[in-house]
Structures are given as C-alpha cells and as structure tokens.
Design a protein around this ligand. Structure first.
Ligand code: ATP
Ligand code: MG
Length: 323
C-alpha cells in the first residue's frame, strides 16, 4: 500500500486510540456521535476502499504464514458487533478468517481458568481471528454482576477486592505474550449512547423482521448502564497498551463505526506489512527446469506456455509437428 494511504488511515483513527497509561472517562473523552466531518454518502466509498485493502493484506498475511491478527470486539447490546463483522469482513477470503462468539460460559469452561476458553479460539498464523465479545467480558459482565465470579469457583487467594487489577495485569501479560510470538492483538470498543440504544431496541419491537433480535433481558441490562460505563472506563484505562491498544469507535452511526473498524484492522495489518514469500536462486532454477518439462508436454499446435503467451514478455514457443 502506498505510504500516503497508510498515513491517512493512521491519522483517521488517531483520535479513537486510547493512549496507553491515560485515565479514560468514557462520557467525557469519547463522543458516540463523532463522525470526523464525514457524510454518510462518502461512507460507502470509504468502506469499499477499506474492505479492498483488507482483502489485499489478508492474502499477504496468509501467504507469509508468520503472523496472525486478533481483533477483539466489545460493545453493549445493540452496539452493532454483528453488522460490523459482516460488513468489514465482506471482501476477505473466508478461509483466512475465524470468528468466535463468547456467550455465558458452559460448565466445562467454568471448570478451567478464566482465559482458557479464549486460548482455544485464537487465530493461527496467517489468520485473522475476530472475538465477538472476548476475554474482556471477564472484567465487564463478571464485574457488573459478581454472581458470575461466584460461578467461577476461584480459590480464596484469587478473589478479593484487587481481583480486577490482577485480571488487567493477567490480560496485559497474555496479550504481550501473544504479540511477542507473532499474534498482533487489537481491540475495538463500539461506543453507543444510551439514547441510541433505546432507539435501536424500539426498532426491534416496531419492525416484525427485527422482532427475533429483541431480548427483554437486554433491556433489563440497561439498568446497569452506569456500572458498565465505569467498568468500560477502567478497562480502557488499564488495558490499552503499546502492544495491544484499544480504539473507542463511535457507534451511534453504524456506517461510521464500520469504516472505523475496517480502518483499525487495515492499520494493524499495515503495521505487520506481510510480504509474499520469494524463492531463492536455487529454487528458481528448479522451477525453470520443471517448466521446461511441462512445456515439452504441450500437445501439437498448443502454446508451450499459454499463460506466458498471453501475459509474458518472453519468447513464444509453439509446439511444432505432430506426435
Ligand atoms: P447477539 O445478541 O447479537 O446474538 P450477543 O453477543 O449479545 O449477540 P447473546 O447470546 O445475546 O449474544 O449474549 C451473550 C451473553 O453472554 C451476554 O449477556 C454476555 O454478557 C454474556 N457473557 C459473555 N461472556 C461471559 C462471561 N465470561 N461470564 C458471564 N457472562 C458472559
Ligand atoms: Mg445479545
């Protein structure tokens, strides 16, 4: 990718990045309606560009087979995680993407340490993994509803008032370990306003084709809005690191949130700048020998190398005579 495009993307997402070590107050620092002066009609073109760049990078990431990328998506209900994943990943090869959704933990999952189930779903080298909800639920819903912590049956020493601080530390170290071993971690929080959430819930009630998405439990969860805002603010303050930064994406306008999420992923891949593997002189010599054999197998009248005949600059060799 041309450097100026990479720089433009970096500038575009800079205001969304949580500076490592900063103290975040979500309501004060991030506006869910921010749109960087863009208009919706410019949005479609920008998203298309982002999706194209992603496809190009993903191809190189897979070919190089050395690095992987993990995108963690967090949001409140109706924040738009599903739509973001669908749109942002619309142009990429499905073989190179692995989406994992995390729900209420099963009894088997509760039988292990709290990071276990996330470990099992990490992307491999050459892959982009997306966590639809992630290990951050362990310092969000588990914190807002302490009965979730009870269910984890922790030993005495792993509980207590500093449990969240210790979890932030564990998570930072785990992400550091992944980064050091070739897996770049990037985190997106879709920041929805309380009013926009109310409107989206109402829409799910008003439109029959959206009724299936409506959940009374989600509406009940609104009562804990302030607790969540505090848990999000502390999580962002404690776990945005140089190696695995958080981006707070304004989510009240879906079209803008999707552009931002695509830009964050493109920026992350640009940082890796994966390259197609090249072969050495000896391997190239082997390729030329095999090519000669294949050319010799051309049936009468056929181009020795049809691909080169159409695209290449080299000399054409047509098979003469009959066998
Ligand atoms: P959608 O509603 O779009 O299908 P979703 O991610 O909201 O997506 P749900 O099945 O509705 O999926 O909800 C999953 C629930 O699981 C959420 O309420 C979430 O808070 C909860 N959850 C996720 N991880 C944990 C965890 N570690 N402990 C307890 N609850 C969790
Ligand atoms: Mg839900």
């Amino acid at each position: 990718m041309a450097d100026d495009r990479a720089e433009a993307i970096a500038r575009f997402i800079a205001p969304l990045r949580v500076e490592p070590g900063s103290r975040v107050d979500l309501a004060r620092d991030f506006d869910p309606r921010y749109r960087a002066h863009l208009k919706k009609r410019d949005g479609a073109e920008l998203l298309r560009t982002g999706v194209e760049l992603l496809a190009e990078y993903q191809d190189r990431l897979a070919a190089q087979d050395t690095y992987g990328v993990l995108l963690c998506l967090q949001a409140l209900d109706a924040g738009g995680k599903d739509g973001t994943i669908r749109h942002v990943m619309s142009g990429v090869n499905p073989q190179g993407v692995k989406v994992s959704s995390f729900k209420v933990p099963s009894s088997e999952e509760l039988d292990h340490d709290y990071l276990w189930r996330y470990n099992l779903r990490l992307p491999g080298r050459g892959e982009i993994g997306i966590f639809n909800r992630s290990h951050y639920e362990e310092v969000l819903v588990v914190r807002v509803h302490p009965e979730n912590l009870e269910r984890q049956r922790l030993p005495e020493a792993a509980r207590g008032p500093d449990v969240w601080k210790r979890r932030y530390r564990d998570i930072n170290r785990w992400e550091r370990h992944l980064t050091d071993n070739g897996f770049k971690v990037v985190k997106v929080f879709l920041n929805l306003s309380r009013e926009e959430q109310r409107i989206r819930f109402l829409k799910r009630i008003d439109l029959p084709e959206k009724n299936w998405k409506f959940s009374a439990a989600d509406v009940r969860e609104r009562r804990f809005w302030d607790d969540y805002q505090l848990a999000f603010s502390e999580m962002l303050s404690a776990t945005s690191t140089e190696w695995a930064p958080w981006y707070v994406v304004p989510a009240d306008r879906k079209w803008f949130a999707r552009i931002c999420a695509a830009a964050v992923l493109v920026h992350t891949l640009a940082g890796i700048d994966p390259q197609y593997p090249t072969v050495g002189a000896e391997a190239r010599k082997q390729l030329r020998l095999v090519r000669r054999d294949l050319e010799d197998e051309a049936p009468p009248g056929a181009e020795a190398d049809p691909y080169e005949a159409e695209h290449g600059k080299g000399k054409k060799r047509k098979k003469k005579g009959s066998r």
